[in-house]
Design a protein around this ligand. Structure first.
Ligand code: HEC
Length: 113
């Protein structure tokens, strides 16, 4: 900086301030709708689903299933994840997850969420 005149320093400071403002603006990120997380519930299957279902993909795949899916269809879906795609969980965990999904994403009436 010792070779810069006073006015060059002022211009430099203005330029740096302006460029950091531009930089801040380009970092503005609009988040998508919250479909990447599972819908919160106090059913036991919720925590199991968080642990077992978001390893390979986000909750979007679950969110986009038809809302009239029955518990046995959800169980078949979870079973497909286990047997076709290699998701690791016990059958009891699979049942609890299917129950949670049927109530939270389907129209099955269940315990308060
Ligand atoms: C080991 C990896 C893995 C795990 C763990 C996993 N999935 Fe998947 N899932 C996949 C793959 C692979 C696909 C198919 C992606 C594609 O077709 O593009 C998929 C697709 C889906 C779909 C979309 C419909 C379909 O059948 O393709 C749903 C719904 C779904 N998963 C639900 C679940 C649920 C609920 C769990 C937890 C019980 C789970 N997944 C756990 C790998 C996994």
């Amino acid at each position: 900086m010792k070779y810069l005149t006073g006015i060059q320093k002022v211009v430099g400071v203005i330029f740096l301030s302006a460029s950091s403002l531009v930089f801040a603006e380009t970092l503005t990120i609009k988040l998508p709708a919250e479909t990447t997380r599972l819908r919160v519930s106090n059913m036991p299957g919720y925590h199991l689903a968080v642990q077992n279902c978001l390893i390979c993909h986000s909750a979007d795949y679950i969110e986009y299933q038809p809302s009239d899916m029955q518990e046995k269809q959800w169980l078949a879906e979870v079973s497909k994840m286990q047997h076709a795609f290699g998701a690791v969980m016990s059958d009891n965990e699979a049942k609890a997850i299917a129950a949670y999904l049927a109530v939270t994403y389907g129209n099955k009436v269940g315990p308060s969420q």
